[in-house]
Design a protein around this ligand. Structure first.
Ligand code: URA
Length: 240
């Protein structure tokens, strides 16, 4: 099925729809060896050889989007009454995409949206043990004893003991980074509650090797680039 060249360049993570015309104008994009002329030219992604600076661009059938989730949005495809993360994407892009993993409504940061069911299933599966890192602020100082408990495992009432976590604290001991390899319901908030503390701010900064792009403002999104997609798929392949 044919698609516009600018859409091809944006879904493959090469350039945003607004950057694409500039790349084309500079003659950096070729289609089957001929410099592309217009951003709205139609291309056949599966059969045309489309190159950037002479290197072929790999076409992917699936879409992978990084979103910097703001507060107040629900990680679901629909919700009665509350805005969902999908509403932060342009309407023409929403169909078929779903958030891969949940963040609470008041949690911000890295969220992956895709229509790749297999990858998403892996990322969401408890057996994947994919590390997820969060920056947090909490209500009171974390004692050495509490830090040790968070690292080795705490009992989540009625839900068993958490797996070992990595914890790095700032000098104030009221903020830091925590890395967990599970995805239990409200896990970090419940872990902190279990040691008598309270999370006041939570931002996811990475999933496996995929890090939140520091230049992406809250509420904004972009396509994952080739390297980022491969890093997620590598985890999946290693498991098989
Ligand atoms: N843990 C939480 O408590 N909330 C999130 O949104 C993510 C992890």
């Amino acid at each position: 099925m044919s698609m516009r060249l600018d859409r091809f360049l944006s879904t493959t993570g090469v350039a945003s729809r607004s950057e694409a015309p500039r790349l084309i104008k500079k003659g950096r994009i070729t289609v089957n060896g001929t410099p592309a002329k217009r951003h709205d030219d139609r291309v056949e992604p599966k059969t045309d050889e489309i190159c950037l600076d002479g290197s072929p661009i790999t076409y992917r059938e699936h879409t992978y989007i990084m979103l910097n989730k703001p507060q107040g949005y629900v990680s679901a495809t629909e919700d009665l009454g509350l805005p969902t993360v999908l509403e932060l994407l342009p309407p023409e892009l929403r169909r078929g995409l779903f958030p891969s993993g949940r963040l609470d409504r008041d949690t911000v940061g890295l969220m992956l949206l895709t229509d790749d069911g297999e990858l998403s299933h892996f990322l969401l599966s408890p057996v994947s043990h994919l590390p997820k890192t969060y920056f947090f602020r909490c209500g009171s100082q974390i004692s050495e004893e509490a830090a040790e408990k968070l690292r080795t495992g705490v009992e989540l009432n009625g839900d068993g003991i958490t797996k070992p976590a990595e914890l790095a604290l700032s000098d104030t001991r009221t903020e830091g980074q925590i890395t967990i390899t599970e995805g239990r319901y409200h896990q970090i908030k419940r872990m902190f509650a279990a040691v008598g503390n309270v999370i006041t701010y939570l931002r996811r900064v990475s999933i496996g090797e995929l890090s939140l792009d520091p230049s992406l403002p809250e509420g904004e999104w972009r396509y994952l680039n080739e390297e980022e997609i491969s890093s997620l798929q590598k985890h999946n392949r290693n498991r098989k």
